[in-house]
Ligand binder design. Structure first.
Ligand code: ADP
Ligand code: MG
Length: 292
């Protein structure tokens, strides 16, 4: 590696908001074969909004929102914030949650108005012994349409569903197409439901979906790809993504992401634009050519 080529590549990157932290990052960028991307906040804007509120038998929407929002008020998850905003917009009076418990990768539980309320995904409902019953059909429909579906249970019974949409970043599909034209395989990695993830991946042209991954398991999934002999880049924004960014051959953080992600990554995309992923790989390849 000639120092001049490295300086030119690093400088070119900096001009475009692609910050390589060291020479090794620039060199690795040239040999990446697989790019794994976190869904929420990386391929999507990470600003979910409630699109559907489905109530179970004999429940009123306001009552459901009151219980669910009380639990989500205690959570810092982006899905939780969207639910609370929706309840406020609907003018639902706030309730107090007691004994709040966050269950990472699952959801949250608390006691509201004397009722045990659980809010989260299918895995949480399995843990709570809750059967979806007639709501299962609606859940599948919402997920097939790309909605993230949050299930609410009250005292061990399914009480309703909340569908949320998180719009893809404007350039996500173009970034995936450019990676393909560079001969790079694309993978979506997410804690979200498989059907939801597959819908969004299909819209973006992503090759492979790895869904329903627990926060602590993301790094292990990267290692599996590496064991197949691939040079893997991981693009992420969240605290959950940091171990996977560290494990990947090239960790790429979204500039708008958490401090932990940015500190862990080998490379930071200042503009938070997915199109800067293929740009970074191209700069790496160009640098390597000059070194030979
Ligand atoms: P992601 O990879 O999408 O950031 P997370 O591991 O944060 O995933 O969450 C995975 C899933 O767990 C979410 O898609 C959601 O179904 C559920 N979940 C987690 N926290 C909450 C919460 N506070 N309220 C509702 N659902 C939640
Ligand atoms: Mg994310």
């Amino acid at each position: 590696a000639t120092p001049t080529a490295i300086m030119v590549g690093t400088g070119l990157g900096a001009k475009r908001g692609v910050l390589f932290k060291n020479a090794a990052a620039l060199e690795t960028a040239a040999s990446v074969q697989t790019v794994v991307m976190d869904k929420t906040g990386t391929l999507t804007r990470g600003e979910p909004e409630v699109t559907d509120v489905v109530t179970g038998e004999g429940r009123q929407e306001d009552e459901l929102l009151r219980l669910v929002a009380a639990v989500e008020h205690e959570s810092e998850h982006p899905l939780a914030e969207a639910v609370v905003r929706r309840a406020q917009a609907a003018g639902v009076a706030a309730a107090r949650a007691r004994h709040f418990e966050n269950v990472p990768g699952h959801g949250a539980t608390a006691v509201v108005d004397g009722h045990r309320v659980a809010v989260g995904n299918r895995r949480l409902m399995e843990r709570e012994g809750v059967e979806l019953g007639p709501l299962a059909v609606r859940r599948d429909e919402l997920a097939a349409g790309g909605r993230t579906v949050v299930i609410a249970a009250v005292d061990g019974r399914a009480a309703g569903l909340i569908g949320l949409a998180d719009a893809p970043r404007e350039t996500a599909a173009k970034a995936v197409a450019e990676l393909r034209s560079l001969g790079v395989e694309t993978v979506m990695l997410t804690g979200d439901n498989r059907a939801t993830a597959e819908h969004i991946a299909g819209r973006l042209g992503i090759d492979t979906v790895i869904a329903e991954v627990l926060p602590g398991d993301k790094a292990a999934r990267i290692a599996e790809l590496q064991r197949e002999g691939r040079t893997v880049a991981m693009v992420g924004d969240g605290v959950n993504d940091a171990p996977a960014l560290a494990r990947a051959d090239l960790g790429i953080a979204i500039g708008a992401g958490t401090d932990v992600a940015i500190e862990t990554a080998d490379l930071v995309l200042v503009r938070s634009d997915p199109l800067d992923v293929p740009t970074a790989l191209r700069i790496g390849r160009g640098t390597l050519r000059k070194m030979r």
